[in-house]
Design a protein around this ligand. Structure first.
Ligand code: AMP
Length: 281
């Protein structure tokens, strides 16, 4: 695997790939890699001729300073995992390489998507996500961008940004990889105490319960049950919502047909976890 730390070195290698007419797949990450990230690399290797990964803990997407400070950094293990997975190129830039002093942050008009769920509870988060993803896409120039369903709303935000900014890339959303007990893999899971880690599987159980009980009509009872499950297991829920899977409009009364995604965010101790499940008809 080639490792580069500067935009100019990255762009020169990308230029070679383009000359060779090899399709480029891209997996942006913040490191502390787990099997969820590696499954994206594997999808990338299946679907694109060249696999490019980035590791960059993007400061502008952290609305909470202590979350940024506590974000796990495991670069040498990450490099080993990427080597084993057969990744071709890793972009590992320092902050100044992404945000030079001359950088002026654009404003992204994300409309409704920025007013709900993660947008509501993490003000400014998606502006930061769009900043870094746009910069990365403009340098990596991938044919395919691989994202995890785990960050469902983020996938929708990035799709909108890419369309609005006229960036030509096909977005491929891959399934969430889970631990045996259902907990979605996340870089933040390592911050859970052993006790919290045991309790944490309640997040997926709460979402699955809501999903299994969802029927035509009001969605409130399912959400209330999920809240109760979370609270019983020591979670402090921020939101649990049933939404239209295509638009993220909140569904209070389900027609029994509209594709649904059930999304939740909840704190356990000082760790904030998110997850979602899809109901496909
Ligand atoms: P992050 O490093 O958390 O910014 O995530 C980088 C990419 O990995 C994003 O597209 C995430 O949605 C994806 N991802 C994170 N966790 C998982 C998971 N458990 N399963 C699949 N993809 C994931």
């Amino acid at each position: 695997m080639i490792i580069v730390k500067t935009v100019s070195a990255l762009e020169s290698i990308i230029g070679n790939y383009k000359m060779q007419r090899r399709s480029i797949g891209f997996v942006p990450t913040m490191g502390a890699l787990h099997q969820g990230h590696i499954s994206l690399i594997e999808a990338c290797k299946r679907g694109s001729a060249v696999s490019v990964c980035s590791i960059f803990v993007n400061p502008t997407q952290f609305n909470n300073a202590s979350d940024f400070e506590k974000y796990p950094l495991t670069v040498s293990q990450d490099i080993d995992k990427l080597e084993k997975a057969g990744c071709d190129l890793l972009f590992l830039p320092p902050v100044k390489e992404i945000y030079p002093d001359s950088y002026v942050a654009p404003h992204y008009d994300l409309g409704y998507l920025e007013t709900i769920l993660e947008g509501e509870f993490r003000p400014g988060h998606y502006q930061g996500v769009c900043q870094v993803v746009e910069l990365l896409l403009r340098s990596v120039k991938p044919d395919h961008l691989y994202l995890g369903q785990k960050d469902y709303q983020q996938c929708m935000v990035i799709k909108k940004m890419v369309e609005d900014r006229n960036i030509h890339v096909e977005i491929r959303v891959e399934d969430t990889v889970r631990e045996k007990d259902g907990l979605a893999m996340s870089s933040r899971n390592v911050r859970l105490t052993p006790q919290e880690r045991l309790q944490a599987s309640a997040l997926f159980r709460a979402l699955s319960t809501t999903k299994s009980k969802l029927g035509k009509g009001p969605t409130e009872a399912g959400r209330a049950e999920a809240t109760a499950i979370l609270q019983q297991h020591g979670f402090r829920p921020e939101y649990i919502e049933t939404a239209n899977a295509d638009t993220l409009e909140i569904i209070h009364n389900w027609d029994g047909k509209t594709p649904v995604v059930i999304l939740a965010a909840a704190y356990i101790g000082d760790v904030r976890l998110i997850d979602n499940v899809l109901l496909k008809n």
